[in-house]
Design a protein around this ligand. Structure first.
Ligand SMILES: CNc1ncnc2c1ncn2[C@@H]1O[C@H](COP(=O)(O)O)[C@@H](O)[C@H]1O
Ligand SMILES: [Zn+2]
Length: 362
């Protein structure tokens, strides 16, 4: 009994610490309860067989291949405008509730011809979800940031990254980049490349990613989730603003990465669950941390992998023996790697300074 209480106190400390989340996929962060509710509704309408669906959702250990199968299922139940708005609101609220003070949420703009959805209307539904949490001090435009500065309101800053799915063509990828450019005034700051890493070629996405960067968008890439030296090297040569994962790197790629100083979004639970890394104690977090390489702890898909950002910090503490002070500094350092502008950075620096004064470290 006592032990449980202690554990929850420890957990609460990681919750109370301000955190920055830079790698979270919207549809992967959906609440399990919402997912089951939506699936049940579609089951009743006869669109899906609920029991099959439930079985896949409740399964805890999934290979990387199974994870992508699950995403296709999730997309069947989430891809209508109303649901996208709902899950955006819920996901932001969940991050805010665990003291994430800055969230870069990424999602793949989708078409669904049967309900008249295109990439733009999908993204408009996402933005509407953000607006609906605005009353809870969720701000995504520079105007709102200025409006709130100087007050003591607890707030979460949210920015958006549009994801290119590795199944897409160059033309579809270009469409996503153009959409991102048009939506810069509603909080879109960059482009992500994600999706099943065993599908698609770097050469297909390169023109759109290059164009995005030329137009001033930031770029982050899922890199090295599976072994693929040629692609990893091309990605590192591209010098993206950040990369996600970096699991299956060879010596030469490690050298290149360390020289480049490209920040790495580390998703511990995700890497273990998808078996990209065999066990926590051999995770490259330790090596990168020791080398003072820029890193940021992230959740990837908090819903699919049943985690949250506080849990990821607690996990690093228990696995690698880092203290609260060290992890607070790691969280604070993440501010350097955000894609929002200087105004937001200054606000976040103040948030962390204030927390540094009030948090107790033992
Ligand atoms: C486990 N590691 C991962 N590796 C690569 N891509 C991933 C991923 N986890 C999620 N996604 C990408 O994000 C989509 C779901 O969110 P959105 O529909 O965009 O909001 C997935 O379909 C996949 O393309
Ligand atoms: Zn990811």
């Amino acid at each position: 009994m006592e032990e449980t209480e202690d554990k929850s106190k420890v957990m609460n400390w990681w919750v109370s610490m301000p955190k920055v989340e830079l790698h979270a996929h919207l549809n992967g962060s959906i609440r399990n309860s919402t997912l089951l509710e939506l699936a049940r509704e579609l089951g009743e309408k006869g669109t899906i067989v609920f029991s099959d669906f439930e079985h896949v959702i409740r399964k805890n250990d999934r290979s990387l291949r199974e994870v992508f199968k699950l995403f296709d299922l999730i997309h069947i139940v989430t891809t209508d405008h109303k649901t996208i708005t709902r899950i955006t609101k819920e996901v932001v609220e969940d991050f805010a509730a665990e003291n994430v003070v800055y969230l870069e949420l990424r999602t793949t703009p989708k078409r669904n011809d049967s309900i008249g959805m295109n990439k733009r209307s999908y993204m408009e539904a996402v933005v509407e979800g953000l607006r609906s949490v605005n009353s809870l001090e969720i701000n995504f435009s520079s105007y709102d940031v200025e409006k709130c500065s100087g007050t003591n309101e607890k707030k979460i800053f949210v920015r958006l990254l549009l994801s290119i799915d590795r199944r897409e063509s160059t033309q579809a990828a270009m469409e996503t980049v153009n959409l991102a450019l048009e939506m810069r005034d509603v909080g879109v700051v960059g482009i992500d490349l994600s999706g099943n890493p065993t599908i698609g070629e770097w050469a297909t996405f390169f023109p759109a990613l290059k164009f995005a960067r030329e137009q001033g968008l930031e770029v982050t890439l899922h890199c090295g989730e599976v072994p693929n030296s040629v692609e990893i090297q091309s990605m590192l040569d591209f010098l993206p603003g950040r990369i996600g994962h970096a699991c299956c790197f060879q010596d030469e790629e490690w050298k290149k990465l360390k020289l480049s100083k490209i920040p790495v979004e580390i998703c511990l639970t995700s890497n273990i669950r998808t078996e990209s890394i065999s066990s926590m104690d051999v995770h490259h977090f330790a090596e990168l941390y020791k080398a003072s390489h820029p890193i940021v702890l992230c959740t990837d898909d908090s819903g699919v992998f049943s985690t949250n950002l506080s849990n990821e910090y607690a996990l690093v503490s228990s696995t690698f023996g880092l203290g609260r002070m060290e992890l607070f500094e790691l969280a604070r350092k993440a501010v350097d790697f955000i894609y929002a502008g200087e105004g937001v950075k200054m606000e976040l620096i103040k948030v962390f300074e204030s927390a540094a004064r009030t948090l107790k470290y033992n």
